[in-house]
Design a protein around this ligand. Structure first.
Ligand code: G1P
Length: 292
């Protein structure tokens, strides 16, 4: 079993659901308490043993590169002012992992964005972590859970959770077949954003994948699907149709969809309640507000 050390974070989307916040800044840089959402994802990957990350970006995304880079002026100022704790926080960001960038150049869909990272991945299994999905699990980060599942069963792993029936049309939805254990099931079908009637289950892909590099061959011949875009789901479906093993793993952790307004607010409140610096004031504030 090859060790999983590489990951792709697609971050080229336009973030239209949170406009105008994303007019001049990437949605991946929107803040949750004191960190851009993308940093939570990079931290999850690093805590899972990933050492090399490629971020697929597009226009207007330069602040992502600046954020993960060494900031000479800022670090010097913090050092001069004796703000050593902050200095460490800032410096750690630029040392977390080897981060590379590739531009998507045409917004042709998630499958196309992943294909852009092909030469970076080479011949190894790798993780995909979508920027809209933040998962909180301080014990075992979700990417690590996928790697553990891969080490046990091999194949390709799709991170899923059950969603409400009325929400299935927002996701790639899995048709399960053979049960492997209580959290893990082999798949026989994968449908991108089905209607409630079409959905084969309520097990939805929530933005984490562990895939074999074979996916690139399938994506290369995948035509535009739902929404006129080249869908990663359709590439994975092709793998299934060619008898490749694809497993749905129900991961443990609380997931936030930060690609929309309410998800972003919920994430801010819950992470704010977990943060010792903001917790007490936030509780007082919420108590007062809710009384109104
Ligand atoms: C993408 C995928 C979808 C997946 C979802 C998870 O959709 O295409 O299969 O379930 O992410 O967040 P998007 O939300 O980018 O439209």
């Amino acid at each position: 079993m090859k060790k999983v050390t590489k990951a792709i974070i697609p971050a080229a989307g336009l973030g239209t659901r949170v406009l105008p916040a994303t007019k001049a800044q990437p949605k991946e840089m929107l803040v949750i308490v004191d960190k851009p959402s993308l940093q939570y994802i990079v931290e999850e990957l690093v805590a899972s043993g990933i050492t090399d990350i490629v971020i697929v970006t597009g226009r207007n995304k330069n602040s992502i590169e600046d954020h993960f880079d060494f900031s000479y002026e800022l670090e010097n100022t913090l050092r001069k002012d004796g703000k050593m704790e902050l200095l460490k926080k800032v410096d750690d960001i630029s040392n977390m992992a080897n981060i590379y960038y590739v531009r998507q150049n045409h917004p042709l869909g998630l499958g196309h964005a992943i294909l852009k990272a092909k030469s970076f991945i080479g011949d190894e299994p790798f993780i995909i972590a979508l920027g809209d999905d933040i998962v909180y699990n301080p014990e075992t980060p979700v990417a690590k859970q996928l790697i553990d599942t891969y080490n046990k069963y091999g194949g390709n792993i799709i991170g899923v959770q059950e969603v409400k029936k009325e929400d299935v049309s927002k996701y790639g939805v899995v048709k399960p077949s053979k049960i492997l254990d209580e959290d893990t099931v082999e798949m026989i079908d994968f449908i991108e954003k089905p209607s409630m009637e079409e959905a084969p289950s309520n097990l939805a892909c929530l933005g984490r994948y562990l895939l074999s590099p074979e996916i690139f061959d399938y994506l290369e011949t995948t035509e535009a699907g739902k929404g006129g875009e080249i869908q990663l789901t359709d590439g994975i479906l092709k793998m299934l149709q060619n008898n490749k093993k694809v497993i749905a793993y129900t991961f443990k952790g609380k997931r936030y969809d930060i690609g929309n307004k309410i998800g972003l607010l919920k994430a801010n409140i819950e992470f704010g309640l977990r943060n010792p610096e903001t917790k007490n004031d936030l509780i007082d504030f919420l108590k007062n507000e809710i009384k109104l």
